[in-house]
Write a protein that binds this ligand. Sequence first.
Ligand code: CP
Length: 306
Amino acid sequence: MKHLLNPLDFTVEETNRLLDLASDIEKHPDRYAHLCDGKKIATLFYEPSTRTRLSFEAAMMNLGGKALGFSDAANSSASKGETVEDTIRVVSCYADICAMRHPKEGAPYVASLFSRIPIINAGDGGHQHPTQTLADLLTIRSLQGRLDNFTIGFCGDLKFGRTVHSLINALTRYSNIKFILISPPELKVPDYVRDDVLQGFEYEEVTSLEEAMPKLDVLYMTRVQRERFFNEEEYIRMKDSYILDAEKMALAKDNTLVLHPLPRVNEIAPEVDNDPRASYFKQVQYAVYVRMALILTLLDLAPELN
Ligand code: CP
């Protein structure tokens, strides 16, 4: 039984096969409409979510299956003190696969040790968000035509942004990627990302989005993660560090992809939404295809592609 806990759990070959499957699903959704008839996904969300939970449920329904779960720990027996270990032992009796989001780093890993069904990490604290990474990779590959030879800028809260940590991890396995890390000094990537993950790769840490813009093939904007701050005043001081607007977009290349895992708060002005380079809502659609491909792969139901 395989789980997805970390973006590196799949090899590059397995990841590429999964992205190929997602692209085939996009082209031929009808061929996949009944591959999960009779199957159930449990979505155990101990933290708020719109996209990840609903797209997992939509993905399973698109495959003919059903979904059950909770969207708030307060409505589950976690509020009475039940452990993740016990919860997953129980949920293994109800469902065939489980997507779990939890505020504690490593909670989905703990669940995997006690589970009889595949566990998908749907975001654990400020740590990792591997299925957002799969969605990001599919979006870049589909819209840019490749997963190598480009410069990507990560902008905003690089300290707490788990989607950033996961995508940097994943991209280090492709050729000739240059990383520009754009953040205030207080929100730089954690030491392990700089000193371990990015060791041997070309990267720079800067504070100016304007100066970075002309160099970027992909701009990955992120929200300042209010829920991870210990101090509200510090959040208020940081929250509008970067606001992408039409004036800054004028500095970018004609084909720069603008991505954002969403939700956005204030960091992309609505005027950017109609710019053809703004791809964050397409990213949401790609996430459904890739989560369909992931469910099929982990349930060992993925068909061979010609
Ligand atoms: N991108 C993402 O994880 O969004 P949600 O928090 O709404 O699931």
